[in-house]
Design a protein. Structure first.
Length: 120
């Protein structure tokens, strides 16, 4: 699996953490990850609000946005780009605090939730 990862914030977050969460999720769903590609963007509130307004016509901050690519049947040897996931780290931290778990657990929940949308 190829993961395109960009962190626009000062928070130290490991690309490897996200890759492990994604691979574990795909394995549980019995999805071969060998030729899959996915993008993840970690950003602040202004960026995610602008994206939410532009693509969903909702002018407010959200915790995560998922942008799936139209599904097509492709030969196994051709990479399949699944889409992009955008996470607002500030909202993720607020969610984690409110729900009483760690930021890593919240990020895992957001990634798995987004993947469910992209793959459905």
């Amino acid at each position: 699996m190829k993961l395109y990862f960009k962190n626009l914030t000062k928070k130290k977050i490991s690309k490897d953490f996200f890759k492990k969460v994604i691979l574990d999720f795909l394995k549980r769903k019995k999805i071969d990850s060998k030729n899959l590609e996915l993008g993840i963007l970690i950003c602040g509130e202004r960026k995610i609000r602008n994206l939410n307004k532009k693509y969903r016509k909702i002018d407010k901050v959200t915790d995560v946005l998922s942008f799936g690519i139209e599904k097509k049947v492709l030969k196994k040897e051709i990479p399949l780009f699944l889409g992009d996931i955008v996470i607002c780290i500030n909202q993720a931290e607020k969610n984690a605090k409110k729900l009483g778990h760690s930021l890593k657990e919240e990020l895992k929940i957001l990634i798995e939730h987004s993947l469910s949308h992209i793959l459905s």
